[in-house]
Design a protein around this ligand. Structure first.
Ligand code: DX5
Ligand code: ZN
Length: 220
């Protein structure tokens, strides 16, 4: 099953509730929420209060991508804000296993992300503890960057490992960065089934058409 997750980072921040409704009505499956702390990445976006405020305006699945150091400090805030999935970065936590366990213990889905310089094998020890693996297809920090096709071997390697361990039905494999209509087939053929798209969806006049085209281009 393919999940299209528009990234709010590319939305008009002055009218967030309207923007979320636009993609919800347009057929989005999830809403991707990029939290940046200015330390793990060289940019600051928004935090739990903004996510909590939006929770009252949509029933979309909240796919929260934490690009913050020591994410364990703020888990409760994001849970209270209404996160359905919290993804932490393998490079950002001193104790990835404990952090994933803490997220799940609170009844939330747990995800693990890797930046472009981190190998696929870094997530293998945690596959039993996660609901999603996120392979970054740009260096995290900014929307609108160019898709890195050279990350596809990592997506293939993780899909193969999930298959080998019988986890493909229960763990989603997400890609994030520079995704749109033009490379949906590439990323889904490599094994991704959750696609984050910021600029491609929110900067389009017709978000629904882009979402529909991505779903059509996706290889099941
Ligand atoms: C980058 C973020 C992405 C970003 C994607 O650090 O994690 O989610 O918003 O934006 P596009 O789709 O424009 O590359
Ligand atoms: Zn993201």
């Amino acid at each position: 099953m393919i999940h299209i997750s528009p990234s709010l980072l590319a939305a008009d921040f002055a009218t967030l509730a309207t923007e979320v409704k636009r993609v919800e009505d347009g057929g989005a499956d999830w809403l991707h929420l990029d939290v940046m702390d200015g330390i793990f990445v060289p940019n600051i976006s928004f935090g739990a209060p903004v996510i909590g405020a939006l929770r009252h305006h949509t029933s979309l699945f909240f796919d929260v991508h934490l690009m913050i150091v020591d994410p364990e400090r703020y888990l409760d805030d994001f849970l209270k804000a209404g996160a359905d999935l919290i993804t932490i970065h393998a490079e950002a936590s001193q104790n990835v296993g404990n952090c994933l366990t803490a997220i799940r213990a609170k009844g939330c889905r747990a995800g693990l992300a890797i930046s472009p310089d981190t190998p696929a094998e870094a997530v293998f020890p945690y596959l039993d503890q996660v609901d999603l693996i996120l392979v970054m297809t740009v260096y995290p920090g900014f929307g609108g960057q160019k898709f890195m096709a050279e990350m596809m071997p990592k997506v293939r390697a993780i899909r193969a490992e999930l298959n080998a361990r019988g986890l493909s039905g229960s763990v989603d494999l997400e890609v994030d960065g520079g995704i749109g209509v033009g490379n949906t087939e590439t990323v889904t053929s490599a094994g991704a089934n959750a696609l984050v798209a910021g600029s491609a969806i929110f900067r389009a006049a017709d978000a629904a058409a882009v979402i529909a085209q991505m779903k059509q281009n996706a290889k099941a």
